[in-house]
Design a protein around this ligand. Structure first.
Ligand SMILES: *Cc1c(COP(=O)(O)O)cnc(C)c1O
Length: 404
């Protein structure tokens, strides 16, 4: 049996529609972010990364690097087991306390990634709570969708960022159900932001639990980096806040925060928490240092906002179509998978600008885009160079015709 034939048939179909994913092989250079060394033969050796989720450059912050190195030297590399069997290190407990405080909650629970935290928490809540119904925003992240699917409870999809639709859908449910409203604060592909106050009010009116993914907002918004819920003073009214240590905090890992009972419940029943090796203590130490730093330091957030505003203004000036939104994410709309890939290739090969094309299924077909995330470490010269390249390319590729 030629199994490779089966694999290749589907891969060929993906290539034909322009949705085949090609990864850029990079070597990030601490001390030089957002510069990275490229290991691809047809690219300049040094490139500037314009699509990183290490939004604030905390992955190379001297304090974070030192914390990780110190912890490795002291504790060694791995955690040594699952949390239950010999894997709970002192650093995990310190990090969980840091996270609970960050979100003004009683407790927090660590996972190996944000994906795993959503998958494990939603599937546990949905499968174990009596007559659970999960009401999911139509544009929720794949990790939430997988968690909800795995819960095998009833689910209802409500219109993206539409509290009125949520209200109607909650009102239609029987009163004996346990209702869980799942949504995000910042949606990473369009960079739009949820109407959190309205959603919380609708949920409260119907006695529903709120499950908020703050993955793209933690470290970034709120006076201490506690996310949009902190910025809006709504954290107390959200039942569960989920986040990642891998994006603005610059390390890796995921977590949920909430009441003692909620975290104990997930700790005790979530397969995705119980049956996997705990994060390395050094990772926990680095993440805790990053969080603690961003609780009191605002310079990274400030500078980042300046650079985002600068790039946005410049794109508008030269007539490059980009989605207007209140966040730090700048999606430049190309609306064609093949052109999107071509543009990204030329930017990388001719200009040393790395921006990954975002195609289906990450975004709907016909909305393909380049997603720029300017950070505090992008210089004005980096922005000039990017704007110059886009101006030239926009003419040369006749992309303009494809863009409405
Ligand atoms: C990236 C992402 C996650 C997963 O977080 P990881 O720590 O990268 O696994 C969860 N939710 C959203 C909205 C994300 O964009």
């Amino acid at each position: 049996m030629d199994f490779d034939k089966l694999f290749n048939a589907q891969l060929d179909a993906l290539k034909k529609e322009g949705n085949y994913r090609i990864f850029a092989e990079l070597e990030r250079q601490a001390g030089a972010f957002p510069k990275a060394r490229s290991h691809d033969a047809d690219c300049p050796e040094q490139v500037t990364v314009w699509c990183s989720n290490d939004y604030l450059g905390m992955g190379q912050h001297p304090k974070v690097i030192a914390a990780m190195q110190e912890a490795v030297a002291r504790c060694g590399c791995g955690a040594g087991g699952t949390r239950n069997i010999s894997g709970t290190n002192h650093q995990h407990k310190l990090l969980e306390a840091e996270l609970a405080d960050l979100h003004h909650k009683e407790a927090a629970l660590l996972f190996t990634s944000g994906y795993v935290s959503n998958w494990a928490a939603l599937s546990t809540l949905g499968s174990r709570l009596p007559d659970a119904v999960i009401l999911s925003d139509a544009l929720n992240h794949a990790s939430m969708i997988e968690g909800i699917r795995h819960a095998r409870c009833n689910k209802v999809i409500w219109k993206h960022n539409d509290p009125e639709d949520l209200d109607r859908k909650l009102a239609a449910l029987p009163s004996n159900t346990t209702k869980i409203v799942a949504f995000e604060s910042v949606y990473s592909m369009d960079g739009d932001v949820c109407p959190m106050q309205e959603i919380v009010e609708v949920a409260e009116k119907h006695g529903a639990m709120t499950y908020l993914d703050e993955v793209h907002a933690v470290g970034m918004y709120g006076p201490r980096g506690g996310g949009l819920s902190e910025e809006l003073g709504l954290a107390d009214r959200i039942t569960l806040i989920e986040g990642t240590l891998g994006k603005a905090f610059g390390v890796v890992g995921g977590y949920v925060t909430g009441s003692e009972a909620l975290c104990d419940f997930i700790r005790s029943f979530a397969s995705g928490f119980i049956f996997t090796t705990a994060l390395p203590p050094a990772v926990a130490a680095a993440a805790q240092t990053s969080i603690a730093h961003l609780k009191t330091s605002d310079v990274e957030r400030k500078r980042q906002k300046e650079q985002v505003a600068k790039l946005r203004r410049r794109l508008t000036q030269i007539g490059i179509p980009h989605l207007d939104n209140p966040s730090h994410i700048i999606p430049v709309m190309v609306k064609d998978p093949v052109k999107c890939r071509q543009l990204a290739d030329i930017l990388m090969q001719d200009y040393g600008i790395y921006v990954q094309p975002i195609n289906y299924p990450t975004v709907p077909k016909g909305t393909e885009r380049l997603r720029f995330t300017p950070g505090p470490l992008h210089s004005d010269a980096d922005i000039d160079h990017l704007v110059m390249a886009l101006t030239t390319l926009w003419k040369r590729c006749a992309v303009a015709h494809a863009v409405a």
